[in-house]
Design a protein around this ligand. Structure first.
Ligand SMILES: Nc1ncnc2c1ncn2[C@@H]1O[C@H](COP(=O)(O)OP(=O)(O)OP(=O)(O)O)[C@@H](O)[C@H]1O
Length: 319
């Protein structure tokens, strides 16, 4: 997978305040990259640098192979940016809003009507084509804003807190839309300080706090590397007490317990180690005559991981 966004020791100061501190970030092409961090962590600063709206104090960044400081126009052609506010002139209709920005992108007038109709259809706003933008709901404004980021068909979309302030239905609609954009081949970088907003839609995550990247990578690897042990749930047809005895004391098994009154009978095993260990554990169970119908690792959610990682930093732990 090629890398579409890369930063190297990216640093930004505001006076004495360091907003970004040697940030080294990589986003693979085609990813939905969730950029997660508490208020003031440096998310917007990073996004504004990547979209050429802000200069770094030190370090470098590239978008689609173009350097953000030296090759600003090429970067702008590759990126669509949706800021965390919806700025627009009053009394503009939805189609006029898109037409205005299409003109700014120097899209030929003859091409615009079809492009605008296609984008309004994509974001499910065809029926609001002639509505005043100021009268649209927040969710609709977000979708219109997203359509605007797509006008020049950029490879990368950078969306700053797009889900904030949306009601649950609008959030689901946004998530569906992002899925569709991804299937069109777009790479999407999306920020939030609310993890559950991102959990279901991201392939990769980066966790940022006080201008430092604490963790970054594909969701599964991050979850695995940040979990000191994993818990496996085993459903059985046979006696759970016998299964507990089989497993107890094996290397890499930290703890095992039968779940009383569970239907079907179940045990839980806390395992330390890699997939090889887990596979050997299952083999031992089967060899001992245990009748297993289900064997699965429990996945802790992004929220838990985020709390663990950021707590480590706040208390001076290593990351
Ligand atoms: N124009 C500015 N002048 C001075 N300090 C700034 C400016 N913009 C941002 N900062 C500071 O830089 C740090 C990072 O801010 P940034 O807006 O990038 O964080 P964020 O993660 O996007 O936060 P939020 O979730 O609140 O939007 C904060 O300490 C903020 O106060």
């Amino acid at each position: 997978m090629s890398i579409i966004v890369e930063t190297k020791d990216l640093t930004r100061r505001y006076g004495n305040n360091i907003a970004l501190d040697h940030l080294n970030l990589q986003i693979p092409q085609g990813a939905v990259y969730g950029f997660i961090g508490p208020n003031g962590a440096g998310k917007t600063t990073t996004m504004r640098i990547l979209t050429t709206l802000l200069l770094p104090s030190a370090g470098e960044a590239w978008v689609a192979g173009h350097a953000v400081v030296k090759d600003r126009l090429a970067v702008r052609r590759s990126v669509g940016f949706m800021p965390d506010f919806f700025g627009v002139y009053d009394a503009m209709k939805a189609w006029e809003y898109l037409d205005f920005f299409a003109a700014a992108y120097e899209i030929a007038p003859a091409r615009r009507p079809k492009l605008i109709d296609d984008l309004l259809a994509l974001v499910d706003l065809s029926h609001k084509r002639d509505a005043d933008v100021m009268g649209l709901s927040r969710g609709m404004k977000q979708r219109l804003s997203l359509a605007r980021t797509m006008l020049h068909d950029p490879a990368l979309l950078i969306l700053d807190e797009p889900a904030s302030g949306l009601d649950p239905r609008a959030r689901v609609e946004l998530r569906e839309l992002l899925k569709e954009l991804r299937s069109m081949g777009k790479t999407i970088m999306i920020s939030s300080h609310i993890l559950t907003e991102l959990a279901e839609m991201c392939t990769h995550i980066g966790i940022i706090e006080r201008g430092k990247l604490l963790a970054s990578g594909d969701v599964e690897t991050i979850m695995r590397s940040l979990q000191p042990h994993r818990t496996y749930t085993v459903h059985l047809l046979s006696d759970p007490a016998a299964a507990v005895e089989t497993v107890r004391g094996l290397p890499h098994v930290l703890e095992v317990r039968a779940l009383p009154d569970a239907t079907p009978p179940q045990i839980e095993i806390d395992v330390e180690g890699d997939d090889q260990m887990v596979s050997e554990l299952l083999t031992r169970l089967i060899q001992a005559g245990t009748q297993v119908t289900h064997f699965a690792g429990q996945v802790s959610n992004l929220e838990e991981i985020f709390m663990r990682v950021t707590e480590g930093s706040a208390y001076g732990g290593t990351n």
